[in-house]
Write a protein that binds this ligand. Structure first.
Ligand code: KG4
Ligand code: ZN
Length: 357
């Protein structure tokens, strides 16, 4: 093995075609040599959501080009790559297969190890691309497809503390945005739109706020928004509704994160506690500020990935690849894509949550 291994990472689980090359570094955080993300917003926006067939076709058209671009930008020679890592799940199976098969073919042709990566693991470890964090640490993963609290106890050792019982938080943002006439994907645009509104105008529900530990629920909130949105006409009221939604989400996340911190502390007694907030919604400034406040109150150090590493990217996939490469945790070339790939395989849905449905 070379002294400073170089990993090429590939991500195609949903609507981003991404390739990144990173190199291990003595500092403990790797060097990102290139990180190319090609989004498909323009393809899907007229449908108001991701169309799997169109997404997969676009991955097929672009993956080779994006990989070449990443290689050129990195300044390395293709023969210097130590291993190829690709997202194996969870995600849209026809999309996952494109990146996974491309990665397997590349690794085979270069005669180097291949590593399959869990997309959620990529998000959970993503701040390690720029910040040294020691295990165990608490993670809030909030993206378009997932919302969960995890205790990250080591590489491959994940304990789920709580999860959403219905919609993911990013999904709640996107659906609310759609109801307010904001184009897909509306999360970040909704946050901006909300800045000019009155957050106290509408009283919105906070589902399961007093039960279920750190489990989350957003479906009831969406129904309430739908009801109100039908009866408003002015831009001012739409802004007020967006602001009220943003405020309600901040309150829910604050309370549920407090519960998760308490759960985490029950099982861990360490000197320095870290709270990592990752996934696309971790870019939300209001949520960030609320969690900075909570972390200060709870004596946790809160860590967010850099903004360009919050959403889907391949640098986080390469990072997990690098951690696995260090301990020679390679995969067989027969590895198949898995649309459902939980991080905590022992987590029964809602077990011990106190919620009865
Ligand atoms: O992690 P990600 O890129 O993809 C998934 O793995 O799902 O997350 C995308 C999600 C989308 O729902 C998007 O609307 C949301 O993250 N998002 C935001 C913000 N930026 C992106 N939601 C709220 N506020 C933001 N600033
Ligand atoms: Zn993601």
């Amino acid at each position: 093995m070379s002294k400073n291994p170089i990993i090429l990472g590939i991500e195609t689980s949903c609507d981003e075609t991404a390739v990144s090359i990173i190199q291990d570094h003595e500092s403990g955080t790797p060097k990102i040599l290139s990180n190319i993300v090609s989004s498909q917003f323009d393809i899907h926006k007229e449908f108001g959501g991701v169309v799997p067939e169109l997404a997969a076709r676009s991955h097929v058209e672009k993956i080779n080009l994006i990989a070449k671009k990443a290689l050129n930008e990195s300044g390395i020679n293709i023969n210097e790559i130590s291993a190829v890592a690709a997202t194996a799940g969870p995600g849209l199976i026809i999309c996952l297969s494109v990146g996974l098969n491309f990665g397997k073919a590349l690794a085979t042709s270069l005669d180097i190890p291949f590593i399959g990566v869990n997309h959620l693991e990529g998000h959970a470890l993503s701040p390690k691309l720029h910040t040294k964090i020691s295990y165990p640490y608490l993670v809030l993963l909030i993206s378009g497809g997932h919302s969960q609290f995890l205790s990250v106890n080591g590489l491959g050792k994940y304990k789920r503390l709580g999860t959403t019982i219905d919609d993911a938080l990013g999904e709640a943002f996107d659906k609310t945005a759609k109801l307010l006439g904001i184009e897909f994907p509306g999360g970040s645009k909704l946050e901006k739109f909300a800045e000019m509104g009155n957050p106290n105008k509408f009283e919105l529900p906070k589902p399961i706020i007093n039960k279920g530990g750190c489990n989350l629920s957003f479906a009831g909130l969406k129904t309430a928004i739908l009801r109100i949105a039908k009866n408003i006409n002015s831009d001012e009221e739409r802004r007020d509704l967006a602001a009220s939604f943003q405020k309600t989400i901040e309150q829910i996340i604050y309370i549920k994160s407090k519960n998760a911190i308490n759960d985490f502390l029950k099982n861990n007694s360490i000197e320095e506690n870290y709270f990592v907030v990752a996934g696309g919604v971790a870019a939300n400034k209001g949520i960030r500020n609320k969690l900075i406040k909570l972390s200060n109150e709870s004596n946790f150090k809160v860590i967010f990935p850099d903004l360009h590493l919050c959403g889907d990217n391949a640098a986080m996939i390469a990072l997990v690849g690098l951690e696995k490469y260090r301990i020679k945790m390679f995969d067989d070339i027969g590895l198949e894509a898995s649309p459902r790939l939980p991080l905590d395989k022992n987590a029964d849905f809602l077990k011990g949550s106190g919620i009865k449905y």
